[in-house]
Ligand binder design. Sequence first.
Ligand code: GLU
Ligand code: MG
Length: 439
Amino acid sequence: MRKEPLSIILTSDLAAKARGRAFPQQDFQKYLNTGCGWVPANLAIDAFGSIVTPNPFGSVGDLRLMPDVSSIASLALNDSGEQTTMVLADIHTPDGKPWDCDPRTFLKQAIADLKQETGLSVVSSFEHEFMLLVNDERPVNTPFSLESYLEEEELGGRLIAALDDAGLEPEMWLPEFGRNQFEVTVAPSPALVAADRAVYLREITRHVASSVGKRITFSPIIEENGGGNGVHIHVSLRDEDERFVTYDPSRPGSLSEIAGSFAAGILQHAEAIQAIAASAPISYERLVPNHWSAGGVFLGENNREAMLRICPLFNTPGANHQKQYNLEYRAADATSNPWLVLGCLIRAGLEGIRAGLDAPNIVQGESSRFTEAERQAHGIRSIPASLEEALRAFETSEVARGWFSTGFAETFLSVKRAEIRRVEGMETGERYAAYAATY
Ligand code: GLU
Ligand code: MG
């Protein structure tokens, strides 16, 4: 039997699922020019594969997935070594214009507006945590251990190779703190590339795991009071001459004035963008204090409870602090679409720069031990307690809603509210299992 080498054009939707169409590799060039068909109502597909109603699209309309050659990734998906080519697409209307509900175009426009208004561009990197799904009866946890690394060295080695082949510049693979938890990181890159890499990384990781007979999940939490799987998004700013401008050692926290305004914008709109950053009902079980996820809306220095963390600098030989210095947004998870969450961080940061906001207060000390009065004194706000609360914050924020077309915002709210209804009747265990299976 013959097996045709294939290429795949992909988008990623409101459920952060990569979806698309495949065709013979030999026709790749043709499809790069013409794109392939797509359906507007696909944007209303939820995390479990149903098309949610109401949605503004119904059964009518046509779109095209237009591949962006900058995102081509080729890799072997099995041991034959045969390469499959994947490419990410912008979604266009039939008249060749970007569709106003396209998540990738949303990020591209945010990048373009930031550049046009301020001359700045964002360099970013997404860190992903995930868990192996195993029946592990052992009474011990083995965080950061060589033992865990050795047990999963086949998965780790193959994963790093696959990410490398796909051009994702993998940096590190490590056993994390949680039970059967691992983390994988890739090198920083310009914002669009960083988000494209996040789209690929989740799919490639799941595939590599299944190819070695394992199941993994990026679901934010897989058991009651369990550890969380975060997606931590690192950002720094560069000016038109590609100089890093986030760092200024003369200021508090070494946070430059412009990056301070950018950070203040993110915190000002934090509640409004929370549903886009952590998009499932169970995401909010991870986003609670004392989980080292994000225990409140604040800027902290080297503090893993902060929503926005100033990352440490190291004085290793030849260290370049200008380049090293970055902010980490910790409140996202893999139920979020990478293009949308990074687009929202950039939009919110740009609002902060436009308004000339002062840098946020940098919370010092062990914030997890603060009393309620101390939290208030430091200006720490609580993260929305549920997806519905986060959706209401988005819905009622004229600013955040204004970044999206009406149809885009409506579809997002409708898909997420349908997901809340769908899982609220489930038993607790069934709900964890459903998310572990889909993410
Ligand atoms: N697992 C933690 C989270 O849910 C993050 C731990 C860390 O890497 O700081 O975000
Ligand atoms: Mg981690």
